[in-house]
Design a binder for this molecule. Structure first.
Ligand code: FES
Length: 424
């Protein structure tokens, strides 16, 4: 039986349908990403606020990049490396400590702890703020044992050695009549301090460090600003994970505080409260100011160990009503949430040996490598905060040599190939 010849309309319709189908599929393929994006945005906006904020936070997380060969595999977890960081970076960097408005009258003091450094700031009778290592010159007991207080004579509880507000030893029971004993040789060890034009107080543990401090705070703080609250939160992550995200150099103060950066993105706090201005007070501290200039918040990441930090916060306000206290409560909650998110991030990163945003960590690595090289040249550990370096002419000469070698170590840095031979 002969096949029926196809109708002319059929011959036209089949290719037309094929073309139409192909065009439809292409249209769908083109539109699908747009539709998906719209749907996901609608879904995201329909989520409860906190969930949407968490999604935004996840988006803001740094992209994990391949591990740099220069970084040791235990960059986040090494105790030995943390010890080196204290000598190489924390001992040599200008660090924000507090605000000068905390000290009203002579004798007012505040005690602080950064890494192993226990010290206090006290207002002298001469109206000058000074910082001292909290170490009695007799047997190294703590001179002040409270976090804050006020006294014109600080008496060590152990054997009664007493110091005035300028750190001078004024009483040393049973020692004063000893031949060869000199009170003036046993004053408290002073730490170099600096107060910027906004009244923030900085300290540098390096005995012979540079005084060339450049402060980036450009907006003066109101004179009536008072501390509303100050608190610390323990955080289970390495300080390097929270701090450096910009150029890190001991000789410069151009830093970003990654913790505050993430906090801002994560919480939306500063968006809703209109906190448009942020400053880097030091490598470890970020300052935020409300747009009306009424409120200021400092967030400091204090290194505690290779796996722990303390997030120290201070909230200042020109208002003394209940509104300021209410805001502090909200700030505390946001900061707690952000710390928990960072802790979860750190758990993943530290287990994988990855270096998120490795480029931002490289300047810090460079400082550590330079100091490590210096220690190799010196044949032992170099402690910039060690007061023994300043106690005799011989030590001064050794220290000058140390400085020259330090510069040499920095100059030779680009020629270093990896960390081979460096004592981590
Ligand atoms: S340790 Fe301070 S007086 Fe003895």
């Amino acid at each position: 039986m002969e096949a029926l010849p196809s109708l002319p309309s059929e011959r036209i319709l089949v290719p037309l349908l094929a073309v139409a189908s192909a065009a439809f599929v292409a249209y769908i393929a083109l539109q699908l990403p747009r539709w998906t994006h719209r749907i996901s945005r609608r879904l995201l906006s329909s989520l409860p606020k906190s969930t949407a904020k968490e999604a935004a936070f996840e988006e803001s997380q740094p992209v994990i990049v391949s591990k740099e060969l220069d970084f040791p595999s235990d960059w986040w977890t090494s105790r030995k490396l943390f010890e080196l960081e204290k000598r190489a970076v924390i001992s040599k960097t200008w660090l924000h400590v507090c605000h000068s408005t905390l000290f009203k009258k002579a004798g007012d003091y505040r005690a602080f702890q950064i890494a192993d450094f226990s010290f206090f700031v006290v207002l002298g009778k001469d109206g000058r703020l000074r910082a001292f290592h909290n170490i009695c010159r007799h047997r190294a007991y703590s001179v002040v044992t409270k976090s804050e207080g006020s006294c014109l004579v600080m008496r060590c509880k152990y054997h009664g050695w007493s110091y005035d507000t300028q750190g001078k030893l004024i009483k040393a029971p049973k020692f004063e009549d000893n031949q060869g004993f000199s009170k003036s040789d046993n004053n408290l060890f002073e730490i170099r301090t600096f107060i910027d034009s906004s009244g923030f107080v900085y300290a540098n543990f390096d005995v012979y460090g540079s005084d060339g401090l450049t402060i980036r705070v450009g907006v003066p703080i109101r004179a009536k600003l008072t501390l509303v609250d100050s608190w610390g939160v323990e955080a289970n992550f390495n300080w390097k994970f929270a701090v450096p995200s910009g150029a890190f150099s001991v000789s410069s103060l151009i830093y970003l505080n990654k913790f505050a950066e993430l906090l801002t993105k994560a919480s939306g706090l500063f968006e809703s409260w209109k906190w448009p201005t942020e400053f880097e007070l030091s490598p470890l501290t970020r300052l935020m100011r409300s747009s009306n200039g009424e409120h200021w918040l400092t967030i400091t990441v204090i290194p505690v160990s290779e796996s722990q930090s303390t997030i120290q916060c201070s909230f200042y306000s020109s208002r003394t009503d209940s509104k300021a206290a209410l805001r502090v409560t909200a700030v505390k909650q946001e900061i707690d949430d952000s710390i928990q998110k960072l802790e979860r991030c750190f758990t993943i990163v530290s287990a994988s040996d990855e270096i998120p945003d490795a480029a931002s960590q490289e300047p810090l690595l460079a400082e550590i490598k330079a100091h490590s090289r210096l220690e190799r040249l010196m044949g032992g550990e170099v402690h910039p905060a060690s007061r023994m370096r300043a106690t005799s002419q011989a030590c001064k000469v050794a220290d000058d040599l140390c400085r020259e070698l330090e510069l040499a170590a920095h100059e030779k840095l680009p020629a270093l190939n990896g960390l081979d031979g460096l004592a981590w």
